[in-house]
Design a protein around this ligand. Structure first.
Ligand code: NAD
Ligand code: TYD
Length: 370
């Protein structure tokens, strides 16, 4: 099982001094790990710019930091801090940005939207503007700004249909509205200033290192700890799930060969009603952790629905498959199994992210439930 890329330097892009924003978060840390450990022939430098919010954890890359000295650099800072971002462009001669940093959780965006506007809108604007200024006189034209976004910008689907790259934007939560704004800014910098931008809109990710406020890791940990499993509304909302490594392979594929000015949908082609997913997850967790599935099912607890809860997301990713020859590699069964194994094997990581600000936030907003 592996990822094949037909030679790293096939495109005219340099992809050498890569600024990874949000690399201490879930998808970003998996991306860094993926490039160093799974992409044959990759010999660039990765500069991880992360503010280490509640969702960022430097421990997620402690082994990478030790192993790739001289090729991996951690820079603690905020993407909204123009002076700092400019200094990084100069210090590392940045030729590529892959922009993961964001406030990423819908529930948090409902409780406190301001941070979402700051980081997702103003932060993205700052990065785009600094990149534009740094690269506008570049004679080599070998730069790239890849903006990582979500399928949630397209709104909510009924029982049928799929989001395509031409589906009109219709964001409904403060999170998706702020991501939609950042997508428009990224494309505007391409159209107006000629900044070489590619953009991807991906469906729900899951896998190792995901912060346990999102459905899958939250439920795994609650099952292991005998806590209630909070199902929003009727449990019949549908999401399209993709293993994080398949997402990162898609991002890298687009960075290598995607056309600038284009957007690409990335998806799992793997739709699940939340409640059906939970039933599968209960069986996997119980088998691995030797728990009684009937007892764990008894902890399923239907709770008040999320305000404005989008009913269904489903991605048509045929453009990416057709034009850039990407496909999903990890089946849902395999991906869930690997994910549960990872959470069982990493209690220290769980402890490290739970001991700080997050616990206080959960207590304040959700009481004992979280
Ligand atoms: P995450 O919340 O796990 O990580 C976000 C990271 O960004 C953290 O390390 C955090 O410290 C950092 N960060 C936040 N604000 C910052 C700031 N102002 N300056 C610098 N760093 C900052 O998020 P994730 O799930 O890894 O998502 C990464 C990206 O992928 C986001 O842009 C998100 O919108 C997008 N996305 C996520 C999913 C998903 O299912 N998780 C799906 C599609 C797209
Ligand atoms: P989430 O992981 O927050 O991702 P998103 O809202 O960005 O899709 O939620 C996935 C689905 O699971 C969504 O329909 C909301 C639901 N959900 C619950 O039912 N209970 C929970 O505790 C959480 C966090 C989510």
């Amino acid at each position: 099982m592996g990822y094949k890329f037909k030679g790293v330097f096939e495109t005219m892009r340099s992809l050498t001094n890569i600024l990874v924003t949000g690399g201490a978060g879930f998808i970003g840390c998996n991306f860094i790990r993926f490039l160093f450990e799974k992409v044959e022939g990759f010999n660039g430098r990765l500069i991880n710019l992360d503010a280490l919010t509640y969702a960022g954890n430097r421990m997620s890359l402690a082994d990478i930091e030790a192993k790739y000295k001289g090729r991996y650099f951690f820079e603690h800072g905020d993407i909204c801090d123009r002076v700092f971002v400019e200094s990084l462009f100069a210090k590392y001669e940045i030729d590529t940005v892959v922009h993961f940093a964001a406030e990423s959780h819908v529930d948090r965006s409902i409780l406190g939207p301001e941070a979402f506007v700051k980081t997702n809108v103003m932060g993205t604007f700052t990065l785009l503007d600094v990149a534009h200024n740094a690269w506008k006189n570049n004679p080599r034209q070998d730069t790239l700004f890849h903006h990582v976004s979500t399928d949630e910008v397209f709104g909510s689907l009924g029982e049928t249909g799929y989001f395509t790259e031409t589906t009109p934007y219709d964001p409904r939560s403060p999170y998706s509205a702020s991501k939609a704004a950042s997508d428009h800014l990224a494309m505007a910098y391409n159209h107006t200033y000629g900044l070489p931008v590619t953009l991807s809109n991906c469906s729900n990710n899951y896998g190792p290192y995901q912060f346990p406020e999102k459905l899958i890791p939250l439920m795994i940990l609650n099952m292991l700890e005998g806590k209630p499993l909070p199902v929003y509304g009727d449990g019949k909302n549908i999401r399209d799930w993709l293993y994080v490594e398949d997402h990162n392979a898609a991002v890298w594929t687009i960075m290598r060969n995607g056309k600038t000015g284009e957007t690409y949908n990335i998806g799992g082609e793997n739709e699940w009603e939340n409640i059906k997913l939970l039933n599968v997850l209960i069986d996997i967790v119980c088998a691995k952790a030797v728990l009684d599935p009937a007892k764990v099912r008894g902890t399923l607890s239907y709770v008040k629905d999320r305000p404005g809860h989008d009913r269904r997301y489903a991605i048509d990713c045929s453009k990416l498959k057709r034009e850039l020859d990407w496909k999903q590699i990890v089946s849902f069964e395999e991906g869930l199994s690997r994910t549960v194994d990872w959470y069982l094997a990493n209690p220290q990581w769980i402890e490290s992210i739970r001991s700080g600000e997050y616990q206080k936030w959960v207590q304040k907003n959700y009481g004992e439930r979280g």
